[in-house]
Design a protein around this ligand. Structure first.
Ligand SMILES: Cc1cc2nc3c(=O)[nH]c(=O)nc-3n(C[C@H](O)[C@H](O)[C@H](O)COP(=O)(O)OP(=O)(O)OC[C@H]3O[C@@H](n4cnc5c(N)ncnc54)[C@H](O)[C@@H]3O)c2cc1C
Length: 685
């Protein structure tokens, strides 16, 4: 037992009403796990950007507001104050500047990942400024905006990102805010023409930001040139009041993430200078003519929205952090918590039950898949960014958008389901605020909607696959890697059967590939059949959605799986035990996904009922086998205890003591008189 743990146990014996002997349950489970090198697994998991983690861990650990954050922040205001303090403290320990970013963009991305592992609100608050506001200036602005980027990086300005409106979210092309060009003075008048056009939900607008990138319809005379970005001062920097012609309010309490001050913004004929226009793509010449390097309006909109890439990336990263923190609590707690047993005097840990293992282990496999998804982005992001800077319309850019959209959907959904399962595995104590699981679930929830609603994003992935396939059917071969495994021959897809050794990683992967081809042909068939029933493509597309959504999903699963397999293969020679462990997690991931689509595969005749049964058995075998090592796996990849902050998930395994200490530390624990008067009135003496 560590000295500090022993000391705090002695103190609690003296002060509290709950006393516990040292609980060895977690240590005992650790000894049971299959012997593998946890360092190899840790190095594998954090390999990309490994060099940056030490800097981040020591910066975060040096901030008292982060290591001792506790559970005291209750109200919206308290949460906001604490968050600002955390940002302030971290910024004193970490160098952030445009030069640092350009020198090493990976460092910034890893900073985002680590921050999201600490707390979504923390990272989103600073992320809206650093990623959405500053990225918009970098992607859409020109040299004259560099000064603003530097000011933003050194926190002399704080900016927000104003796209969504009260009346319009997903359909941003129809945003209502207008920017009318006045040629005489070379200014724009920014206006909110009606209540539904108020900018809404804008993170950081209600209190923190003095600047914003605002998206508005650009008009010259009566001609509308579509949505453009403008960088606009919102407040004076002395009193922090909104400038004349700008009204700002708070969007009110939310389900969670209240530390982020989401606000609404109304413009009343507010004048801004010409340089407010982020003019990399489009300019207005001195004689008042509109010129643009991207001719089509909808393509220009695509460029404007490319600023959302990092936001979407953040959703994938944050899913990994949230799910990992939840699993850390649930797996450790399941090794500590004992219920029932063959011997009435000796209960067994709930993690011993096959049922618990089948509830937790598929989510652990998803977590490793999410880690692979993070890496797909980390390894491709800079290259794609450079390619798109040179030529925005490159097909590689569209492909990246399709891949990112699908993996954003998958990972955010996996994390949501996984966190909820972890809450249930932790039973009643999982519902306590001190387990952090409820907070994680509510905070994570919005990842399924912001940065592109998941259902809309899947449509974009499906649209990319369908368009490219139509071109390929007309004789233009697939140009991008992710589509090379598509088989355009419907008969050959329909007649294909699973490889004999259905349970090997390659055979399972082949089944997923088949599933993708099956959904491709189903989608094309649905679109074709529906085009005879409906007059316009809008309706054809909409009624074909159920099958198109599956196409978008399976595409992402295959992309992640292909990447993941390549990564763990690199360990085959280096460490055969860790290699075998990762291979099992990989197979569990694929088996779990194939079981989701088992009905479809059976009805298409791809599987027989006996083959489906083999898959079901394998699912149980893998969960059972991996369940034995689950604590060791979590130990290898878990965050430091202060990062997850859950009393159930601490690495010392003293969950009961940590929980009751927190309960007794609450001022109202033994002395809550808040409703005493009302109770007295209610109860007749
Ligand atoms: C806490 C929070 C913070 C935010 N921060 C910001 C910010 O800083 N800046 C900013 O600009 N925005 C921000 N947003 C807005 C966010 O990006 C939008 O909420 C999101 O894009 C979804 O738009 P919506 O809410 O209008 O939903 P809608 O677009 O109205 O969608 C509602 C439902 O309709 C469905 N739907 C829509 N179209 C279709 C279709 N064609 N087919 C089938 N179904 C469809 C969707 O799937 C969804 O389920 C924030 C939102 C929240 C809640």
């Amino acid at each position: 037992m560590e000295g500090s743990t022993r000391l705090s146990m002695i103190k609690s014996h003296l002060l509290g009403n709950f006393t516990f002997d040292y609980d060895p349950s977690l240590d005992e489970y650790r000894k049971r796990g299959k012997n593998f090198n946890t360092n190899t697994l840790k190095n594998y998991y954090y390999e990309i950007g490994f060099q940056h983690y030490d800097e981040l861990i020591s910066a975060f650990s040096a901030c008292p507001s982060m290591t001792e954050r506790g559970f005291s922040a209750q109200t919206k205001d308290e949460k906001r104050r604490l968050l600002m303090l955390q940002i302030q403290e971290v910024s004193q320990h970490l160098k952030i500047s445009r030069d640092e970013f350009l020198k090493d963009p990976l460092r910034n991305l890893i900073f985002g990942i680590y921050g999201l592992n600490f707390d979504m609100s923390f990272c989103i608050k600073i992320g809206v400024h650093l990623a959405l506001y500053i990225d918009s200036l970098m992607n859409l602005g020109t040299e004259k905006h560099y000064n603003l980027i530097d000011r933003g990086n050194s926190l002399k300005d704080i900016g927000c990102f104003g796209l969504t409106e009260l009346g319009r979210g997903s359909n941003v092309a129809l945003c209502g805010t207008t920017a009318h060009y006045i040629h005489e003075t070379r200014e724009f008048i920014i206006n909110t023409p009606n209540s539904l056009s108020a900018k809404w939900w804008i993170g950081g607008a209600a209190q923190t930001s003095n600047k914003s990138v605002i998206f508005a319809q650009l008009y010259i005379g009566k001609v509308n040139y579509g949505v453009h970005g403008f960088v606009i001062d919102l407040r004076d920097k002395i009193k922090f009041n909104p400038l004349p012609g700008i009204i700002i309010g708070d969007c009110g309490s939310k389900s969670e993430n209240d530390a982020i001050d989401n606000g609404f913004i109304i413009f009343k004929e507010h004048k801004v200078p010409y340089d407010a226009l982020l003019d990399k793509v489009s300019q207005i010449t001195p004689d008042g003519k509109y010129v643009s390097s991207i001719k089509k309006k909808e393509k220009r909109l695509g460029k404007m929205l490319s600023c959302l890439i990092r936001g979407r990336t953040a959703c994938v990263n944050s899913s990994e952090g949230n799910l990992k923190n939840a699993l850390t609590s649930a797996v450790r707690w399941a090794a500590i918590r004992k219920q029932f047993g063959p011997n009435p005097n000796k209960e067994v840990p709930i993690l011993d039950y096959l049922l618990t293992r089948t509830r937790l282990l598929p989510h652990l496999a998803n977590l490793f898949a999410n880690c692979a998804a993070n890496e797909i982005i980390l390894t491709r992001y800079q290259n794609i960014k450079n390619l798109m800077e040179a030529d925005f319309e490159r097909v590689e850019g569209t492909e990246f958008h399709a891949v990112l959209s699908s993996i954003k959907v998958l990972t955010t959904e996996w994390a949501f389901e996984g966190i909820h399962q972890c809450r249930k595995v932790c039973g009643g104590l999982g519902y306590s605020k001190f387990s952090k699981l409820g907070e994680l679930l509510s905070k994570h929830d919005i990842n399924l909607t912001w940065e592109g609603d998941n259902n809309i994003l899947l449509q974009q992935t499906a649209s990319f696959i369908v368009k490219q396939s139509m071109k390929a059917l007309q004789g233009k071969p697939f140009e991008v890697k992710s589509l090379k495994s598509l088989n355009l021959n419907r008969e050959s897809v329909q007649s294909s059967r699973p490889p004999t050794f259905i349970l090997s990683p390659n055979s399972l992967l082949a089944c997923i590939e088949h599933l993708l081809n099956m959904y491709l042909h189903k989608s094309l068939l649905h679109l074709q059949q529906n085009s005879t029933k409906f007059e316009n493509y809008f309706d054809v597309w909409n009624v074909s959605q159920p099958v198109l959504q599956s196409l978008g999903r399976v595409f992402g699963i295959l992309e992640i799986a292909k990447y993941w397999q390549g990564r763990y293969e690199s360990l085959r020679q280096k460490d055969s035990e860790v290699f075998k462990l990762l291979e099992k997690l990989f197979c569990l991931f694929l088996v779990d996904k194939l079981l989701i689509y088992r009905g479809e595969l059976l009805s298409e005749g791809y599987f027989s009922a006996a083959e489906a049964k083999i898959l079901e058995d394998e699912f149980e075998n893998l969960c059972n086998d991996l369940g034995e090592s689950a604590v060791m796996i979590i130990d290898a990849i878990a965050n430091q205890d202060f990062m997850h902050g859950s009393c159930l998930g601490y690495s010392d395994g003293q969950a009961y003591k940590r929980y009751t200490d927190l309960i007794e530390a609450q001022p109202e624990c033994y002395n809550d008189t808040s409703s005493l008067e009302a109770i007295k009135k209610l109860i007749t003496p």
